[in-house]
Design a protein around this ligand. Structure first.
Ligand code: AMP
Ligand code: FE
Ligand code: FE
Ligand code: ZN
Length: 283
């Protein structure tokens, strides 16, 4: 069984629609795939229809932008209740602050570069979670950079003068909210130091006490040592490990199925998830 539990669509910063992600997943020979857009579940219904059509098992998910002591942490949630009020309220606040933050970054960039807010807004699908990749795409469109990677390296990275922060959710609160919504919380790429500052095992232990279920050990942003470190941390804390692509369509080089999750771990996620049911087709 080929299982990839981390993908993004146009509902956040991926370039494929939810249905196109499912078609691409089938094309990549996957049997089960999770749609994990940033801070939203808007893509679930369309993905479910396409998963059914392509005879794929869809694990409905989300990637929540969190923070701990100034360090950004991504928390994957699987099978939570998409209507859970407490979680929704908190996500709404974060998404509103993402809008404000994107405008601030574009205002700052517009002082030095030929880019306008409308160029960025035009790249964001209706209702989607806005992020720096949308600004990157506008910079590409304007011919200022060649691709998203160059946009991040030159203008959008977190130490850039154009960078602005948004109001991410405290990670311990997020773990509890996900569990309370019947979801299964998994820490995404825990030791991906190239992305920016990371937290250590002590913080992960605290997350485990709050209800964390697993660590995404296998991810292209981990080198061998970071992958081993994640495996050791999971082992010590009794957490399961996942592996996934973090597919963003043409927005990133990540290919579907380049890292995968073991079937017994998927079974564990399905056993723990109580907020919503898996969708699509179970072979
Ligand atoms: P934001 O959520 O607005 O803080 O932006 C973070 C998102 O930008 C991540 O989810 C990635 O998808 C994307 N990203 C970060 N670095 C890069 C990069 N070098 N190339 C392409 N996308 C990136
Ligand atoms: Fe992303
Ligand atoms: Fe992430
Ligand atoms: Zn992701």
């Amino acid at each position: 069984m080929r299982i990839d539990l981390h993908t993004h669509s146009t509902v956040s910063d991926g370039t494929d629609t939810p249905a196109e992600v499912m078609a691409a997943a089938r094309e990549a020979g996957l049997d089960a795939v999770a749609l994990t857009d940033h801070d939203t579940t808007l893509g679930w219904p369309a993905a479910a229809d396409a998963a059914q059509e392509h005879r794929l098992l869809l694990i409905p998910g989300m990637e929540i932008s969190c923070i701990h002591a100034g360090v950004s942490i991504h928390l994957l949630s699987y099978l939570h209740d998409p209507q859970d009020e407490a979680l929704l309220r908190r996500l709404r606040r974060a998404r509103t602050s993402r809008d404000t933050r994107a405008r601030r970054m574009v205002d700052a960039l517009a002082v030095d570069l030929p880019i306008r807010w409308d160029d960025v807004a035009a790249r964001v699908h209706a209702g989607a979670t806005i992020g720096r990749p949308h600004i990157a795409d506008a910079l590409v469109e304007a011919g200022i950079v060649a691709d998203r990677g160059e946009a991040f390296a030159r203008y959008l990275h977190s130490r850039s003068g154009y960078y602005a922060a948004y109001e991410a959710i405290n990670v311990m609160e997020a773990v509890r909210l996900v569990r309370a919504a019947g979801g299964v919380p998994v820490m995404a790429h825990p030791f991906a130091a190239a992305r920016g500052p990371i937290v250590d095992e002590e913080v992960i232990e605290q997350m485990a006490r709050a209800g964390l279920a697993g660590l995404e050990a296998h991810h292209r942003d981990h080198d061998r040592r970071q992958e081993q470190r994640a495996l050791a941390a999971a082992d010590g804390l009794g957490l399961f490990v996942t592996g996934s692509s973090d597919y963003h369509g043409s927005g990133k080089p990540n290919r579907l199925g380049e890292r995968m999750t073991k079937p017994e771990v998927l079974e564990e996620i399905l056993a723990q998830g109580r907020g919503s049911a898996p969708m699509g087709f179970r072979r």
